[in-house]
Ligand binder design. Structure first.
Ligand code: DQQ
Length: 478
């Protein structure tokens, strides 16, 4: 159990301070729990190939949300209720025991299942009563009944919602309650697509990976909206904030998380002993199955972000301060550009943290070039479009490999504070995570092919002032 990752020679894309599986496929974060002082991360895992397949629950533990140690696989698809896969779910503590609620898949049918753990979270016993809910609600296909969010209320009952859909009518969340996590009573619906305010964003045919929790003075619901029937497939995460009353959630805001891009999907939220709500997401691949197979690994877990809700009910995110432990020596720079121009930043390789305080003083567009070759043949452009009120990530030239995804991503520009936009970004080889002004976020994969695609530069088409902090980041893997 050593914290190693088998780097293949020339793998320019494997992150050095993000969590990836030791090898092969990873998708959704599962079962996040702060247990006896340590953070446990489980994840959807196919240990036998770099493609999605019969799902297992991979497992890792961290003392600090930064350094991770691999633990043995927690769930195998090896019992009658889950012989085709142990799909996403969560972890809770009940009566001093760790309990996993996951989706058992058998012959295409998805049902809630329970596993009870040992105190060290290494041994898991599947409950003999699995599946613990034998049928989906009326009108719901057994292939649209998966993913779990659980919470305990002061009345002593456990409540859970399950990602569900009614054919042709879209997603909804049936609500259940239980005293022992094994016997569940149906209660109605927490929310359905029909309840959303008129004109809300599309939420697809199926709501995956719900996460429902109290935050500050509101309740927040995350869902990953999924629809294979739309051209190009719809897969993105939405956040909603609102009120929870009489076992119904009334959303007041419905917005895209991470700009509505598919690279931050199936997030899950946990609470730690400091009372923080911490969110991890799955950062998927943008390269071919052959490229994944050659690399020997696929899928990344995002850096942890702590959540809060502002006075307008906006869901805001910040990278956890623990990540500062990985910072190397700081490089600081204050720069006034009076006119159009470009300014190279020092290069520290592909594992860096950047904080930018940007004050537009007449420019229409300013931005950051990153993962640039000296001749500019490969480069990714982060464009702050002050005029259109947009943050754009242009990937058209991010890779010379024609096979990788190179589409642009965008997020709305948040309101400037005192005329300044705060940007916080982590670049780790093929992963880029960026928060702007607390509430705008973009997460993306980049696959430059050249070993010299390490340049960073600021640019602008007019007057702008920059305050830059830049740190090389230490690796968490040997
Ligand atoms: N991934 C899991 C499902 C979930 C989907 C299967 C979301 O439980 O709906 O690997 O990425």
């Amino acid at each position: 159990l050593s914290p190693q990752r088998p780097y293949l020679a020339g793998d320019l894309h494997r992150p050095r301070y993000h969590f990836t599986a030791p090898q092969n496929w990873l998708n959704d974060p599962n079962g996040l729990i702060h247990w006896r002082g340590e953070y446990h991360l489980f994840y959807q895992h196919h240990p036998h190939s770099t493609d999605w397949g019969p799902m297992h629950w991979g497992h890792a533990v961290s003392p600090d949300l930064v350094h991770w140690r691999d633990l043995p696989i927690a769930l195998f698809p090896d019992s009658p209720a889950d012989r085709d896969g142990c799909w996403s779910g969560c972890a809770v503590e009940e009566g001093g025991l760790p309990v996993l609620m996951y989706t058992g898949v058998c012959a295409g049918e998805q049902r809630p299942c329970v596993a009870v753990g040992s105190q060290d979270l290494l041994e898991w016993s599947k409950h003999p009563a699995n599946p613990v809910i034998s049928d989906p609600p009326e009108g719901v296909r057994g292939s649209d009944f998966r993913d779990h969010s659980l919470w305990k209320e002061p009345d002593g009952w456990w409540y859970q919602v399950i990602g569900s859909a009614r054919p042709g009518q879209g997603g909804f969340l049936p609500l259940y309650r239980s005293l022992d996590l094994v016997h569940w009573q149906p209660l109605g619906e927490l929310l359905s697509a029909a309840d959303l305010p008129v004109g809300s964003l599309p939420t697809g045919q199926m709501w995956e990976c719900p996460s429902f929790f109290a935050l500050d003075d509101r309740h927040v619901l995350l869902i990953s909206a999924f629809d294979e029937s739309v051209p190009g497939k719809l897969a993105y995460t939405l956040w909603m904030s609102g009120r929870y009353r009489d076992q119904r959630f009334v959303p007041q805001r419905v917005e895209k998380l991470d700009g509505g891009n598919a690279y931050f999907y199936a997030p899950q939220v946990m609470v730690d002993t400091q009372g923080r709500r911490l969110m991890f997401g799955w950062v998927g691949e943008g390269r071919s199955a052959a490229a994944r197979a050659q690399a020997g690994w696929a899928g990344v877990i995002s850096l942890p972000r702590s959540l809060f809700v502002d006075a307008q009910g906006t869901l805001c995110q910040r990278f956890v301060p623990e990540l500062q432990a990985l910072r190397g020596p700081e490089h600081r720079l204050s720069l006034a550009m009076d006119d159009a121009g470009e300014h190279a930043l020092p290069m520290f390789g592909r594992a860096v943290e950047l904080r930018l305080r940007v004050e537009p003083q007449g420019a229409n567009q300013s931005g950051l070039l990153l993962a640039c070759t000296p001749d500019g043949a490969e480069q990714t452009r982060l464009v702050l479009d002050w005029e259109r009120g947009q943050i754009l990530l242009e990937r058209g030239r991010s890779s010379l490999d024609a096979e990788v995804e190179r589409g642009d991503l965008s997020a709305p520009m948040p309101a400037l504070r005192g005329g300044v936009l705060d940007i916080h970004c982590f670049w780790d080889h093929s992963v880029l995570e960026l928060l702007a002004g607390d509430c705008a976020a973009l997460t993306v994969r980049l696959y430059p092919t050249r070993a010299d695609a390490e340049g960073l530069a600021l640019f602008s088409d007019g007057p702008v002032h920059w305050d830059v902090q830049l740190w090389p980041m230490q690796a968490i893997w040997d």
